[in-house]
Ligand binder design. Structure first.
Ligand SMILES: [Mg+2]
Length: 362
């Protein structure tokens, strides 16, 4: 089976409520969809959301990287030569991790369809069922408290609270939510680089002193401040997770070798897709560190790819794949099945996606 064409489309899906972090606000997901067709007519799907604030990838750069660099590097290659396809895909252009991820997952979709198996089985086949947390956007404490209670009402057992804009207000936010949801709900915090190392140590120690029982804190300081990450890690009891600090497998080696973090958050859009995500999961396993699989504001196309990866690996112990729940519509047929807060991958070949409604021409 040879890769014959790579077409690009767009999906536009409104969010139920604006998504707000210390870095950005999103009202509508305007994502690029990759439809990769093989010479026997089989189709593989992929997706890239432009998340310039984190990956640097914009709508324009995603389209240009795929059209001018990635697609020409892999068209005509045999899908059975997966490692060669991945080498050429990853080396077709520097950076551009989101467009690489979109093409990488479409290749994996074709590859697993070619062998007639669901992708998670070919990647390791650990389990079929996953449980996601839900992200609570950063807002005034009272509004976040209401959002948290609504999430518990929907059945979520773990909440990821966005913090990092104002440390004093962050204490009020987390305290209001812990008091409202009780002791049994897992609370994870994501500061999205919003604190300095000193501020992070001070604030996290206050959470500890107040007994707010935080499962972990994600990305307290700036992405490239590995020394700051380590300083926070060394001076608090709460587990620290790398998100924006860790794009590549090499970042994972560096952070884990210097013992700067306790956990890592793998996102396909940061590392360039499943090929590199598997390396990161392997590196983390080598260091005895567990992984979370996270996402950007993605539709069920790339979330299904992420779910297959998470389901495949024993060392991916947490998933934060809530974007599908934040979106007001689901135009994707097939893919994972959800029963909030649970997701399961199916045994349909590949990603199991059979079509996408409302795709727009570029
Ligand atoms: Mg994060």
């Amino acid at each position: 089976m040879k890769i014959e064409s790579v077409e690009l489309k767009r999906v536009s899906i409104p969010l139920k409520k604006p998504f707000k972090t210390a870095l950005r606000r999103v009202d509508t997901a305007e994502n690029i969809i990759v439809v990769m067709t093989a010479d026997d007519g089989t189709r593989g799907y992929g997706e890239a959301p432009p998340t310039a604030a984190i990956t640097g990838d914009t709508d324009k750069t995603i389209i240009s990287a795929i059209k001018n660099s990635i697609a020409p590097a892999i068209i005509g290659l045999d899908i059975e030569d997966l490692d060669d396809v991945m080498y050429r895909l990853q080396h077709s252009v520097e950076g551009n991790t989101s467009p690489k991820a979109a093409c990488d997952m479409a290749v994996y979709d074709l590859w697993s369809r070619h062998y007639g198996q669901p992708l998670y089985k070919l990647l390791g086949g650990y389990q079929k069922d996953l449980e996601t947390d839900l992200t609570i956007s950063i807002n005034e404490p009272a509004e976040m408290r209401e959002d948290a209670l609504a999430a518990i009402g929907q059945g979520f057992h773990a909440l990821k609270l966005k913090v990092g804009i104002d440390a004093d207000l962050d204490i009020k936010r987390v305290k209001a939510i812990r008091e409202a949801v009780g002791p049994d709900i897992r609370l994870r915090l994501d500061a999205n680089q919003g604190w300095t190392a000193d501020e992070a140590v001070r604030t996290i120690r206050r959470f500890e002193d107040m007994g707010l029982d935080i499962e972990f804190v994600e990305q307290p300081v700036k992405a490239r401040d590995f020394a700051g990450m380590k300083r926070v890690h060394d001076n608090v009891h709460t587990k620290i997770m790398a998100d924006e600090s860790m794009f590549s497998p090499k970042d994972a080696i560096e952070l884990l070798h210097m013992e700067a973090v306790d956990l890592v958050n793998i996102k396909l859009m940061k590392c360039g897709g499943i090929h590199n995500a598997l390396k990161i999961a392997g590196i983390a396993e080598t260091y005895g560190v567990e992984c979370m699989l996270g996402c950007m504001i993605e539709s069920k196309v790339s979330l299904t790819a992420a779910a297959h990866l998470a389901a495949a690996k024993r060392n991916i112990t947490r998933v934060d794949l809530d974007a599908a729940i934040l979106l007001a519509e689901d135009p994707v047929q097939g893919g994972f099945e959800k029963d909030i807060p649970h997701f399961s991958v199916t045994d349909a070949p590949g990603l199991g996606i059979t079509g996408i409604e409302g795709l727009m021409e570029l």
